[in-house]
Design a protein around this ligand. Structure first.
Ligand code: ADP
Length: 233
């Protein structure tokens, strides 16, 4: 019975994913069709041809970005896993995000200590950037984000804590679905949390979401300490 329930859930998610992909790809395809139409009618006007080609290029780029972000096409190889100092990595990402934070008058408080685990640096950065972006967006009036590291016997817990708008129960249940967003169009892609989730699958990590509306959100990332726990050859 439970297995069936899980299966239904998964099928529904796949259906949503397909609908999302169709929608996101149809836009750039439609644009490409328009530009090729213009090109055919251009009477070889070089300026018009050049501009159309540029716009076609952009649309192709957009469509292929959607696919790249969406599907876990690349799997991590053993060589992608290295001993990484998490404190250094977090400090690096946070200072890179500083500009973004300044705009929003959001600042980061770091509660870190030196701890290293064998992990994939690029994946972890990708995760952290997305969590910081969401925490920043959750506090349009500004405020403090806390990023902390906590060591447990077998795991490391990385927390990104904001005192922002928080989420309703319904939103919290949806955030890992691709293309789900509550942000105005043009602002949100709805891919951030999906990316966090798929990167964590690759790292064999876990995420917990603790959120209360008008109070804030805590994202808890759990990473295994033990090295070599991934099965890629
Ligand atoms: P996007 O940020 O483009 O909307 P995400 O997948 O990153 O896409 O997030 C999906 C939704 O989850 C957001 O639109 C927002 O409603 C909710 N969300 C994610 N992180 C937070 C947060 N820290 N605080 C409040 N809401 C959040």
């Amino acid at each position: 019975h439970e297995a069936q329930l899980f299966h239904d859930h998964k099928m529904a998610a796949i259906g949503q994913l397909a609908a999302g992909v169709a929608h996101e790809i149809r836009n750039p395809l439609g644009l490409i069709r328009n530009y090729t139409f213009i090109m055919k009618r251009s009477d070889s006007d070089p300026l018009l041809l050049k501009k159309s080609l540029q716009l076609i290029d952009q649309s192709v780029e957009k469509a292929s970005n959607v696919i790249d972000n969406l599907l876990n096409f690349y799997r991590l190889a053993d060589s992608d896993f290295r001993e990484i100092n998490l404190k250094t990595l977090i400090e690096e990402v946070v200072s890179l995000n500083e500009n973004l934070m300044k705009d929003h008058t959001v600042y980061c408080r770091l509660v870190l200590h030196d701890v290293s685990i064998k992990t994939c640096e690029a994946s972890l950065k990708h995760i952290l950037i997305n969590l910081l972006n969401n925490a920043t967006d959750a506090m349009p009036q500004g405020g403090q984000i806390t990023v902390s590291l906590r060591e447990k016997p077998d795991t490391i817990e990385l927390r990104v804590i904001d005192k922002g708008m928080g989420m309703s129960e319904e939103t919290r249940e949806m955030i890992f679905h691709p293309f789900f967003t509550t942000k105005r169009s043009g602002k949100g892609t709805g891919l951030g949390c999906y990316i966090v989730y798929s990167e964590l699958v690759k790292l064999k990590g876990e995420i917990a979401v603790i959120s209360k509306q008008h109070v804030g959100t805590t994202m808890v990332i759990k990473l295994k300490k033990a090295a070599g726990d991934h099965d890629e050859a």
